[in-house]
Design a protein around this ligand. Structure first.
Ligand SMILES: Cc1ncc(COP(=O)(O)O)c(C=O)c1O
Length: 364
């Protein structure tokens, strides 16, 4: 029997999360962000599952568009980093992409391509930097952009910005960014886009014509900790199995570097997943996993293909027992906090050698 390590992707949970998140913003349209292979959940399957409800998907760069088109996804795809060069720009109509233009050279290139009739689509997005200081045009140049690139400003244009700390409601940077954005827009009536998942959940002023939602659709809270409102359901369950069990005595060590030493007679279970599968190598001693619903802590270093757990207190431990590394019974954010990272990173890093198994294709 082949290795049972797998990421089980629950498409009913995805649909549930989409409904829950969209119902927070009934007056908005939702762009579903499926970059990085839909945060590791499988962009094609996620897009197919949501296709009947979603009119626009988003990816980070053009290369991520191809497999979606090959799989027959026909919705417009927003490319969040805009075109990298002219050759990409010239594919606008053929690939039915909408660019999020974030710098002067992109704006000028796309405007020129429309002017010269090299491309027809002109419903692009312009991103303004209201405080994240990563990508975006400068708000003080908003009027000059409208004057110099008139073909990019029409009733379908979307003016966007990205919030730097929407996931930290206690900070006031969101209000500063929102104020700068509205000052810049003055009395214009363009369509707007501000909110990501976190902002869609708690910042009603950020819900505009289009919201851009990623992590929440995969059931992981964008906020620190596991408190999830609305009620989101984890989409990915990372599962593996016990492939060896041994009893070791006090003073014996486990794993590379002898970093963990038994303080009591200990049962060790070896689990068939490691850092080559995307499980974080820096997961510390004590990082939990579920054995038949019971928690055990990681001991020893994470190896390329294996993990070791202290299962002394686990009842009925057996070879082949299923192990949940994260998922519906063990929140990914809890694992992330042990490792010192975020659920986004854990999800996106699950490697190709972990098969994605799809369940719950209830509305396809
Ligand atoms: C520009 C932009 N908008 C929206 C999103 C979606 O954010 P989230 O996954 O937090 O909903 C991202 C994700 O990184 C992004 O880069």
């Amino acid at each position: 029997m082949p290795r049972k390590t797998r990421a089980v992707i629950d498409l009913c949970a995805l649909l549930h999360n989409y409904d829950a998140m969209s119902s927070l913003a009934p007056d908005s349209q939702q762009v579903v962000v499926i970059k990085a292979d839909a945060y590791g959940n499988g962009a094609v399957k996620v897009a197919q599952t949501l296709a009947s409800q979603v009119s626009m998907f988003a990816v980070a760069f053009l290369d991520e568009v191809y497999e979606l088109r090959q799989a027959g996804i026909t919705q417009e795809i927003l490319v969040l980093q805009g075109p990298y060069d002219k050759s990409e720009c010239l594919l606008t109509d053929e690939l039915n992409v909408v660019w999020m233009l974030h710098n002067h050279s992109q704006v000028s290139m796309v405007h020129h391509a429309i002017q010269e009739a090299h491309i027809i689509k002109c419903n692009h997005w312009l991103k303004f930097d209201t405080g994240m200081h990563r990508l975006g045009l400068m708000p003080k140049e908003f009027n000059e952009y409208q004057r110099d690139f008139p073909l990019l400003f029409n009733e379908r244009t979307v003016i966007a910005t990205h919030l730097s700390a929407a996931d930290e409601p206690a900070k006031d940077s969101c209000s500063v960014q929102l104020a700068r954005f509205s000052t810049m827009l003055a009395s214009t009536s363009y369509k707007l886009s501000i909110a990501n998942s976190a902002a869609n959940i708690h910042l009603d002023k950020a819900r505009k014509h289009w919201n851009r939602m990623g992590i929440s659709l995969f059931g992981s809270s964008p906020f620190e900790g596991n408190e999830i409102k609305p009620d989101l359901k984890p989409v990915m369950r990372l599962l593996s199995q016990v492939i060896a069990i041994r009893e070791i005595e006090v003073g014996e060590s486990v794993g590379y570097g002898d970093t963990w030493v038994a303080k009591r007679a200990t049962s060790i279970a070896t689990v068939a997943i490691g850092y080559a599968d995307g499980y974080p190598r820096h997961a510390p001693i004590g990082t939990p996993a579920l054995f038949n619903g019971q928690r055990a802590g990681l001991v020893g270093r994470v190896s390329m293909d294996m993990l070791t757990f202290d299962v002394t207190d686990i009842k009925d431990i057996t070879l082949g027992m299923e192990v949940e590394l994260w998922g519906k019974n063990l929140a990914i954010n809890e694992i992330a906090s042990h490792v010192g990272t975020i659920g986004y990173e854990l999800m996106t890093r699950i490697s190709k050698r972990v098969p994605r198994v799809y369940i719950g294709e209830c509305r396809e």
